[in-house]
Write a protein of this length. Structure first.
Ligand code: GAR
Length: 230
């Protein structure tokens, strides 16, 4: 399977995004900011939250983006909720789904509808520390390094093919908030970058590995040296 085609990257249209959130939406903001800086050719068609009180909804509305609530509690099953998500994403003509702090496991209904077209970000170096409280898990384990991972969503929990990762040191005197803030800064850098790789047709999925065409700018990103998109 490939997400790449032969169209030159310069001729490619903006990628049409649907962003799923549950909370603050700082990753959503980083994506919006990257679009506004012309670092990312994308159009956020809709932001969907499963929580009515998610502050990220306001970030979308301020930018004139459709922001809607689909509460998971209103549905009898995970599949029924996901069917409503699929219908809304299709209604907004979404091509690539971006989970950005969306704290719901996706069922096969969503994954089949957007196969290899759903990205997620996790605040750890996958496959380490999956699930909830990844930063606290890293502290409790005594890890010297943690970080964040952008990956394609599969049926498993935080175990899909890795697109981009960034490494963050764990300090002796860290607490969860300090480590989370350091990881967040890296998330805001690598998530727009991963979406840009998709938009440019540079991602190719072979088995469970993601290959990146023309990987020259990737070295600095992976090593945390280059804080900006190329
Ligand atoms: C981010 O740290 C993201 O990695 C995490 O939720 C936070 C959302 O922040 N996601 C997960 O833990 C998913 N397993 P944001 O709402 O400010 O973007």
């Amino acid at each position: 399977m490939t997400t790449a085609s032969t169209t030159p990257s310069t001729a490619r249209p903006p990628v049409k995004l649907g962003v799923l959130i549950s909370g603050e939406g700082t990753n959503l903001q980083a994506i919006i900011d990257a679009i506004d800086r012309d670092d990312l050719k994308a159009d956020v068609r809709v932001v969907i939250s499963n929580k009515r009180t998610a502050p990220g909804l306001e970030r979308a509305r301020r930018r004139g983006i459709a922001a809607i609530v689909i509460e998971h509690r209103a549905f009898p099953s995970r599949e029924a909720f996901d069917s409503a998500l699929v219908a809304s994403l299709r209604h907004h003509d979404v091509e690539l789904v971006i989970c950005a702090g969306f704290m719901r496991l996706l069922s096969p209904v969503m994954i089949a509808a957007f196969r290899d077209r759903i990205m997620n970000i996790h605040p750890a170096l996958c496959p380490a520390f999956p699930g909830l409280d990844a930063q606290q898990q890293a502290l409790d384990y005594g890890a010297r390094f943690s970080g964040c991972t952008v990956f394609f969503v599969t049926e498993g929990v935080d175990d899909g093919p890795v697109i981009v990762q960034a490494v963050v040191p764990v300090h002796q005197d860290d607490n969860e908030a300090a480590l989370a803030a350091r990881i967040h800064a890296e998330e805001h850098r690598i998530y727009p970058f991963a979406i840009r790789l998709y938009q440019e047709g540079r991602l190719e999925l072979r088995g469970r590995k993601v290959y990146i065409r023309d990987a020259s700018p990737i070295g600095p990103i992976a090593n945390n040296v280059n804080p900006r998109l190329p």
